[in-house]
Design a protein around this ligand. Structure first.
Ligand code: FES
Length: 103
């Protein structure tokens, strides 16, 4: 697994998201209620950036383009128009730094 540095914990407050430009795909990292979650940044339905989506406190993120909802923990679509999941990635926090583990 490749370990990608995201940012310091202090740079990703609750209810916010950050986009990490890495290969092979950009990753969106979310802080929901103090826990961190990562998924591919590109929506499974179209060309939208999930890091620009609307974060709901119950662990859902809404695509900014056509409003499909996804679970940030599993990447599963929760309503149309999206039908395919978005790949998720493990997140680790070490010494106040956030990392994503890419498979
Ligand atoms: Fe995300 Fe259409 S691009 S729901």
């Amino acid at each position: 697994m490749e370990k990608i540095f995201v940012c310091s914990k202090n740079d990703l407050p609750e209810g916010e998201a950050i986009k990490v430009d890495c290969q092979p795909e950009a990753i969106a990292v979310f802080n929901i209620g103090g826990s961190f979650h990562a998924m591919n940044d590109k929506c499974s339905h179209g060309n939208a950036s999930m890091s620009e989506g609307y974060i709901e406190e119950d662990g859902k993120v809404e695509c900014p383009l056509h409003s499909a909802l996804f679970c940030v923990k599993t990447g599963k679509p929760l309503c149309l128009p999206a039908t395919d999941p978005i790949a998720t990635h493990p997140v680790v926090v070490e010494n106040d730094s956030i990392y994503v583990l890419l498979k």
